[in-house]
Design a protein around this ligand. Structure first.
Ligand SMILES: [Zn+2]
Length: 402
């Protein structure tokens, strides 16, 4: 008398391809079935159930992903002889030792149907799915719909919509999408930062540093993106030394030309040392003032000449301009009142109030005459929260385009 073996069926496919629905159908057809899923899979429910996208539920045992052997312990308690079929969902999350667990079940004459992702969002083998498929009697590949508008090809792959710190991301439609072979690279790449340079400009008291900090935190929380925050003049050892010379109250006698060239010297250093390599690596750079400050303060207000400063800027930055520039615009009186709360005095503070008014008007002119669309004028006389919301809306729209 030959020993009866169970059959192994593997169902795989990208996110939203209906794997769980298929497993639920198996449960409905066979009365003596026990379903399992990893505790990590709490996207649709943290209850002990399998749930399809159209909210059909069947009971399931929750198993720690790193301890698939517990499946055998549970089945032993339930008495093996009474069980004809075992269903396991999201097998990709389980440890490789799930393969031995499944083999044990099959040898005991139990049919096993498992579902999961074959590949992660980087197209690398994901957990024991492939090893199980290699041993399976039946392999069913499911497809979902490609996210690319107008595409009619079936999606074979999942891609991450957001980059997260955690190794395993548990989420649904906002975290993952599905793509066909033709559009995988495009859909995936669209969500990467690809080097984003954002500058904050404006006179005193507009709250640039507060907003930069908030944007940095939000980019991390929402997208998992790390930002490089820089201040000009400064940001490198050499540039910070130049900054001290520029801002020292001892240097009230500094010639315009000296000031202009010192700013550019500090800039040339930080762009070569930090900005350009960071953008090249696809990072986000948040700048507390950059080239436009020189255009406004030196080129326009102090009469060095806009075009001449722009030429120097092009040399210092290697022709790099911000993708977005926020002008935090605030009336001079309010700006200086806010600023005085800080108590620090530097050479630029000693300038008269009409100087600050000229700075404000120069910035507004620059933003108004901009043809590239990179300037966004923000009414910075409002609360920090309102300003933050405006900035976030613009950044989110920009990230969506990239
Ligand atoms: Zn497609």
């Amino acid at each position: 008398m030959t020993k009866k073996h169970g059959t192994l069926t593997v169902v795989y496919g990208p996110m939203f391809s209906g794997k769980t629905s298929l497993l639920i159908n198996v449960c409905a057809q066979d009365g003596s079935v026990v379903a399992f899923k990893p505790t990590i899979d709490t996207r649709y429910s943290d209850q002990a159930v399998l749930v399809s996208h159209n909210r059909v539920e069947v009971p399931a045992e929750l198993i720690a992903a790193d301890k698939p052997e517990v499946i055998l312990t549970i089945l032993k308690k339930k008495k093996y002889a009474k069980i004809s079929h075992v269903v396991i969902d999201e097998v990709n999350f389980f440890a490789q030792s799930l393969v031995e667990v499944v083999e044990t079940l099959i040898q005991r004459g139990i049919h096993v149907t498992v579902g999961g992702l074959m590949l992660d969002s980087e197209q690398q083998d994901f957990g024991p799915t492939r090893a199980l498929a290699n041993k399976a009697d039946i392999v069913t590949r499911l497809f979902s719909r490609c996210d690319k508008p107008g595409c009619t090809r079936p999606a074979e792959f999942s891609y991450a919509r957001k980059i997260k710190k955690e190794q395993i991301v548990v989420g649904a439609t906002d975290l993952y999408g599905a793509a066909c072979d033709d559009h995988y690279d495009e859909l995936r790449a669209r969500k990467q930062p690809k080097g984003l340079l954002i500058s904050f400009e404006g006179g005193e008291g507009g709250g640039k540093s507060v907003q930069i900090k908030r944007l940095r935190d939000r980019l991390y929380q929402e997208f998992g993106w790390e930002s490089v925050v820089l201040r000009e003049p400064g940001g490198t050892v050499i540039s910070e030394q130049i900054r001290q010379v520029l801002l020292s109250p001892d240097n009230v006698g500094m010639a315009y030309t000296t000031e202009v060239l010192l700013f550019q010297a500090a800039r040339a250093q930080i762009y070569r040392e930090i900005v350009l390599p960071s953008l090249e690596a696809g990072k986000v750079v948040l700048f507390d003032r950059t080239r436009d400050s020189s255009v406004v303060y030196q080129g326009m207000v102090r009469g060095f000449g806009m075009n001449l400063v722009e030429q120097l800027n092009d040399i210092s930055t290697k022709n790099t301009k911000p993708h977005l520039t926020f002008l935090l615009d605030v009336p001079v009186k309010l700006g200086l009142a806010r600023r005085n709360g800080s108590g620090k005095i530097d050479r630029l503070d000693m300038e008269k109030k009409d100087f600050h008014e000229k700075v404000r008007q120069a910035y507004l002119t620059l933003a108004r005459e901009d043809k590239t669309g990179r300037w966004k004028v923000i009414d910075a006389s409002r609360t920090i929260e309102k300003i933050e919301e405006d900035i976030w809306k613009v950044v989110k729209a920009k990230v969506g385009q990239k």
